[in-house]
Design a protein. Structure first.
Lengths: 130, 374
């Protein structure tokens, strides 16, 4: 390969190294795009993230209790198959009724406690209408 | 090191620097940031792309909070004042709050929906108290409250006026504005904008994004969604529609949209049980009871090119009105506004209006899709 002044930019013996580097970069890019990325369960209290767990890295179900606005206790259950609000001290239990979240983008909201459980991950929609 | 080797090293260094700068610029242009807050009694989740996203979302949060103070009957803003002066002196609102122009557009929606949406439903909604301790009101008290409902009893007079505005560069500008004198003509009447507050907050957020000059952003205020600008790469915005079946948080399908506003009204969202019967929160202003139109969910999309000052509020109000009206009249109402919709009925039929036919993918099992009226 020669530059405009006719000088050699790359020696012939360096080409295999450059090719190998390009192949490695391409492979990494492909892997990053195609590798399955698991969902992460995120718990927020009043808009602040207080817990984050990669669901596919959990060995089994685990429970976490968080304290929301007004001292309201909300218990979330996380497992490799999804996440749900298992119990809440709020009167309407809308968050509990949301059931198990299994897809990225889904959320369960406890408005009185300002506690949100949501799933993040690849393929999630930009927003949900309900 | 030979001269040739030095030149090669220099070229390689320059190449890497240029590549790094390109990557940095690209990452900055497409950087995604998000912000979670609460407003309008709802969870608000915003996502923005590009430089200035965080500041734009913070401004949008503030705008939504300010709007809530003005239009929530629970606060002490314009609407609360109108309610407290019902049957008495009118309340004057001007350009500083935009409440007047919002009410003007909403009154038109009340009229065009034949009262299926009525922003004077306050006396009835307070009896049901869905956000507090819900109960089925007695027949007599409901009849009494229903007599106070009627958008035609809301009086609005407007006049144009000049006002001055100081610009950021220190100059002064004379502007022409509209001043409204609003009164609820009978004592006991009450405005309740709960059916469209979330959509209106999306409008406020979009205006904040515009002023901040952000490239693209999404504001989800509860279940109302505002889609502003464009996503990196010009990709369509993807909005998941909640599956109305049961209490699960599953998805009915996904909308792929170029922008605009999306709102949904569903009987599954808020309800209570009394004496073995379920009562949902979407009230028919004509009967005072939860609407029974055969529908379980209506999703409305107001496209980005609609000529309305408050298209987010319109999408929210239309969703409620269409739920009350039912499939046939609901579609007619949407068509009159140039809006589109997805109607789900109790027999699992999903009717999609023509403008969303190509944009909506039904993914939930157990439903059958039907074409909407042309």
């Amino acid at each position: 390969m020669r530059d405009l002044a006719g000088r050699k930019l790359l020696a012939r013996r360096e080409l295999p190294v450059i090719l190998a580097l390009l192949l490695a970069a391409g492979g990494l890019l492909l892997w990053a795009r195609l590798a399955p990325s698991g969902s992460a369960a995120v718990v927020e209290v009043d808009g602040r993230e207080v817990l984050r767990r990669e669901l596919n890295r959990l060995a089994g179900p685990e429970e976490h209790a968080v304290t929301g606005a007004g001292g309201l206790r909300v218990t979330v259950e996380l497992s490799p198959r999804g996440a749900r609000v298992a119990d809440s001290g709020c009167p309407d239990k809308t968050c509990v009724r949301a059931g198990i979240l299994t897809q990225a983008g889904q959320s369960a909201v406890c408005l009185p406690g300002r506690v949100v459980l949501r799933l993040e991950g690849a393929g999630a929609a930009d927003a949900e209408t309900y | 090191m030979t001269r040739k080797a030095k030149a090669r090293l220099l070229w390689a260094g320059l190449f890497l620097l240029a590549l790094g700068l390109c990557l940095f610029w690209f990452a900055r242009q497409n950087a995604e940031t998000s912000l979670q807050t609460f407003a309008m009694g709802s969870y608000v989740r915003q996502t923005a792309w590009g430089p200035g996203g965080k500041a734009a979302m913070e401004a949008a949060s503030q705008a939504a909070a300010d709007l809530e103070n003005r239009i929530s009957w629970r606060r002490e803003g314009d609407i609360a004042k109108m309610n407290s002066q019902a049957g008495g002196e009118p309340v004057t609102v001007d350009e500083s709050t935009y409440t007047g122009e919002l009410l003007e557009e909403l009154l038109e929606l009340c009229e065009r929906s034949g009262g299926a949406l009525d922003i004077t439903i306050g006396p009835v909604s307070r009896l049901w108290d869905f956000d507090g301790e819900p109960r089925v009101p007695g027949e007599d008290e409901l009849k009494e409250a229903l007599a106070l409902v009627g958008h035609t009893k809301l009086s609005m007079e407007s006049e144009e006026y000049m006002y001055g505005e100081d610009r950021a560069d220190g100059s002064h500008m004379d502007c022409l504005g509209t001043r409204y004198r609003v009164s609820l003509t009978e004592a006991g009447m009450a405005l309740d904008l709960g059916a469209l507050g979330k959509g209106a907050a999306c409008d406020a957020a979009a205006e904040a994004y515009r002023q901040a000059g952000v490239r693209g952003a999404v504001a989800a205020v509860g279940g109302s969604v505002g889609l502003y600008g464009e996503k990196p790469g010009g990709k369509a915005f993807r909005v998941s529609v909640r599956d109305p079946k049961g209490d699960q948080a599953g998805s009915l399908g996904v909308l792929e949209l170029p922008g605009g506003y999306v709102s949904t009204s569903g009987s599954y969202e808020k309800y209570f049980e009394q004496n073995g019967e379920n009562y949902h929160h979407i009230l028919d202003p004509r009967t005072g009871y939860p609407a029974e139109s055969g529908l379980v969910s209506v999703t409305v999309w107001c496209p980005p090119d609609m000529d309305w000052e408050w298209p987010g509020a319109l999408s929210d109000g239309l969703a409620t009105a269409c739920f009350v009206l039912g499939l046939e009249d609901g579609q007619k109402l949407l068509a009159s506004y140039g809006a589109e919709g997805i109607f789900v009925d109790g027999d699992d039929a999903v009717t999609v209006t023509p403008g969303l036919e190509e944009r909506f993918s039904l993914t939930a099992p157990g439903y059958h899709r039907e074409a909407g009226a042309p």
